[in-house]
Each structure stands twice: as structure tokens, then as C-alpha cells.
Ligand binder design. Structure first.
Ligand code: HEM
Length: 415
């Protein structure tokens, strides 16, 4: 972690004794109380804290749900009904977990677009970014597995569609798919392994988050100017400033979260999942949850199954290498006049793909999916490297303090 000195002073005999043996309180104090943090962070920087909150909510509600859920093809659906009707507070816990998945992705996508806008993936934050991409990958797998567990029609057929994608792998596809299923079709063994991994992966996410925050505290936060911290004047201590700001943001986010849980818990779900899984009847439209729709649109935009799967996987994996694809000398899009419209075009592309992922892949919808899929990749592979080379950025402030207080104010205090 960052080696700034901690002002921690043990307050009693026990903490003095502990400090000499395991200075964990000193470490926490240094990282979450004293930590020098850029003074100009806006509310987009509160989403890391909001995501930590979401992870805790999913872990707690998930562990309670697992106490009542039965991972068996014949009982899973009924056990979820039992949670909803018979378990004390069961409906609240289940809805919090289900809506929580959506809120988690909402926060994660805002957090990622923040990183893209302010160039937080650029040196020296490459590892921090890569850990973030690993987190979103594991989040996607975990959410997919969780959605399958109630064993409703949409759960069952989503598992069928997605696991069938593995058959596209040449030569070994068939064997791999059967190995995943644990049989010759999606069934009870499949549900069992989905449950086992759905319980395990959130802890993998928690471990990755630990590394993510460690990596953050080695290099320190980026900020809206993209200029590095130079002097003490550029920072404030994490406590009380950012603890209060993050706390306020978490409360506001929790209000939105609660609104969905109490007033529209099924709004983001699909009515077909109220019907128990029936392997003999395919639903009319198989639609994934909203947070997968852009990837689903990319999958279906490509006429070939294997290449569709490859494009969908590459859509996430390309994020691993953007620290090296972006050739810009500066970080923040705020000062990048040529790149800025492309950034917003990319945001529109992602939203459009989300919209198209919910539509039947035919006619103009299919054509539009293909155009937006093409731009998605062009953005990273062509626009990012080329625009950075030719762009003349606007003038960037000399320091963070300058950008907040103005040049005159900082030079006056220096005199
Ligand atoms: C469980 C999910 C995640 C948690 C709990 C988490 C947590 C955090 C926290 C607490 C911060 C510092 C506060 C802030 O800048 O907002 C942070 C920063 C950051 N995160 Fe995440 N994160 C998660 C997912 C991701 C993902 C998916 C990405 C990108 C793919 C990502 C990329 C970053 C970057 C680049 C920073 C540094 C931002 C800056 O200093 O400008 N994170 N994260």
C-alpha cells in the first residue's frame, strides 16, 4: 500500500499491545482515515464505495437465501416459492438479492464509464483497471448462474442457450458441453453445479476487490483533471471528507434501490420466470437480464455461431488491453476536443446495443445491431489509437489545486 505515514496513535493498553504484534488498526487508519485523496473528486468517484455496499448486500442476502433454497431440479422452483411465502422476511430478502444484482451492474457500468471518461485506466493504473475487468467478468458469470437457480422457464432456457454456445467450439465442443451439463441435456446435475459456483464466485469477487483497492492505494486515485497529485495542497484526508461524501452517495443509491425493492420488485425481471422450467416448451422470446443485453446483441449480430461467441467474449476482453490502445498524452476526456464526440458515440453505441439485444434479430434491428457492433470494436481498435496520435489537447491545469482554487489563489498561498 501507499507508504504515506499513518498518524495512528493507539488509545489504550490493548490497542498498543495489538499494534506491536499485528498493526492492522494502524494500516486501516493509514488507508481509510489519513489517506491523501485528490481534493477535486466528483460524485462519480463515489461509485467504488457504492459497489462495495452492493457486494455486501449480495453476500448477506445470498447466504440467507441459500439456507432455504433446494438445489434440485424437482424442488428448486418450489423452494423459491417457499422463500417468498413462508420464510420470515423471505420475500424482502429475495427481492433485495434479485434487484441487488441489477443495482450492482448499474453501479459497475457507471464506475467503468467514469474510468473510461477520465482515463483512469492509463499508466500507472493499468493493473487496477485489469483487476476491474476481471471483476466484471466474474460478476457476469455469477449473475448468470444466479438467474438460473429459481429454475423458471427463463432460467432454464437461458442456461440451455448459453451452454449450447460451447458446442460451437470445433472438435471438442460437444464433449465440453456435456461435461458442463453433467449429462446429455440441461438437468439436475447442471443446476447443482450452477448453485455450487454461484455460492463460490462472490468470494472470488471479494478477493479481487481487495486486490483492486490495494492497487488503487499504491498509485492513488485519478481525478477529473487527470493530473497527478504533486503537492499536499492537491489532497485532503479521506476522513472526514470522502467518508461523508461516499456515505451520502450510498444513502441516495440505497433509496433508489429500496424504491425498486418495495414498489417494482419484478419490473426488471421476466414474467416467464414465474412458470416452472419445462424442457419440452421453449418460451417465445428468450431474453437475458437487461445488463447482458448489449453482449447478447453482439452475439446475435454475427451470422456465424462460433464467431458470434468469439465477438461476445472479445467485447469484454478488449477492455484488458485499452491501457495500451489509448495513445493520448493526457487522461481526461474533458481536455480532449477531438476524442470527446467519439466517447459519447461509444456511450450511445452501448445503449443502442442494449436496446437491440431485447429485439428480435431481424430486419432493421439486425442491421442496426451489426452497425453498432462494428462501431464498438472500431472505437477501441481504431479510434482510441488513432485519435490520440493526431489530437491537440486543450490546456490542462498545472495542478489539482489550480483547477479547484484557480491559479492566482494557489500562487498567492505559495508566496
Ligand atoms: C465489485 C466491483 C467493484 C468494486 C467494489 C470496486 C471498488 C472500487 C473503489 C472503492 C474504488 C475507489 C473509489 C472510486 O474511484 O470510485 C475503485 C476505483 C477504480 N475502479 Fe473499481 N470496483 C469494482 C469494479 C470495477 C470495474 C468493473 C472496473 C473496470 C473495469 C473498475 C475500475 C476502477 C478504476 C480504474 C478505479 C480508479 C479510478 C480512479 O482513481 O479514477 N472497478 N474501485
Amino acid at each position: 500500500m501507499s507508504d504515506h505515514s499513518s498518524s495512528y496513535v493507539p488509545s489504550n493498553g490493548f490497542t498498543r499491545w495489538l499494534d506491536e504484534r499485528l498493526p492492522v488498526l494502524r494500516m486501516m487508519h493509514g488507508q481509510f482515515i489519513d489517506f491523501p485523496t485528490p481534493r477535486n473528486l466528483n460524485y462519480f468517484w463515489t461509485f467504488g464505495g457504492i459497489l462495495t455496499f452492493c457486494l455486501m448486500v449480495q453476500l448477506i442476502t445470498g447466504i440467507i437465501l441459500a439456507m432455504h433454497f433446494v438445489a434440485h431440479g424437482d424442488h428448486a422452483f418450489q423452494s423459491v416459492e417457499h422463500i417468498m411465502r413462508d420464510v420470515n422476511w423471505g420475500d424482502l430478502i429475495r427481492y433485495t438479492h434479485a434487484v441487488g444484482a441489477s443495482m450492482f451492474f448499474l453501479a459497475a457500468y457507471i464506475h467503468m464509464f467514469r474510468g473510461l471518461y477520465y482515463g483512469s485506466y492509463k499508466s500507472p493504473r493499468e493493473i487496477l483497471w485489469i483487476l476491474g475487468v476481471m471483476i466484471i467478468l466474474v460478476m457476469i458469470i455469477t449473475a448468470f448462474m444466479g438467474y438460473s437457480l429459481p429454475w423458471g422457464q427463463m432460467s432454464f432456457w437461458a442456461v440451455t442457450v448459453i451452454t449450447n454456445l460451447f458446442t460451437a467450439i470445433p472438435f471438442v465442443g460437444e464433449s465440453i458441453t456435456q461435461w458442463i451439463w453433467g449429462g446429455y441435456s440441461v438437468g439436475d446435475p447442471t443446476l447443482n453445479r450452477l448453485f455450487s459456483l454461484h455460492y463460490l464466485f462472490p468470494f472470488v469477487i471479494a478477493a479481487l476487490v481487495g486486490l483492486h483497492i490495494w492497487a488503487l492505494h499504491v498509485v492513488g486515485s485519478n481525478n477529473p483533471t487527470g493530473v497527478e497529485v504533486k503537492t499536499e495542497k492537491d489532497t485532503v484526508s479521506f476522513f472526514p471528507f470522502y467518508i461523508i461524501k461516499d456515505g451520502f452517495a450510498v444513502i441516495m443509491f440505497a433509496l433508489l434501490f429500496a424504491w425498486f425493492v418495495f414498489y417494482a420488485p419484478n419490473y426488471l425481471g421476466h414474467s416467464d420466470n414465474f412458470i416452472e422450467a419445462n424442457p419440452l416448451q421453449t418460451p417465445q422470446h428468450i431474453v437475458p437480464e437487461w445488463y447482458f443485453l448489449p453482449f447478447y446483441a453482439i452475439l446475435r449480430a454475427i451470422p456465424d455461431k462460433l464467431f458470434g461467441v468469439i465477438a461476445m467474449i472479445l467485447a469484454i476482453c478488449v477492455l484488458f488491453v485499452i491501457p495500451w490502445l489509448d495513445t493520448s498524452r493526457i487522461r481526461s476526456v474533458r481536455y480532449r476536443p477531438l476524442y470527446k464526440p467519439f466517447f459519447w458515440l461509444f456511450v450511445i453505441t452501448c445503449l443502442a446495443l442494449g436496446y437491440l439485444g431485447a429485439k428480435a434479430p431481424e430486419g432493421y434491428y439486425l442491421l442496426a445491431s451489426r452497425i453498432f457492433t462494428a462501431y464498438y470494436f472500431i472505437h477501441f481498435l481504431v479510434v482510441m489509437p488513432v485519435v490520440g496520435l493526431y489530437e491537440t489537447p486543450k490546456e490542462v491545469p498545472d495542478s489539482i489545486a489550480d483547477s479547484v482554487l484557480g491559479k492566482e489563489a494557489t500562487s498567492e498561498t505559495a508566496q
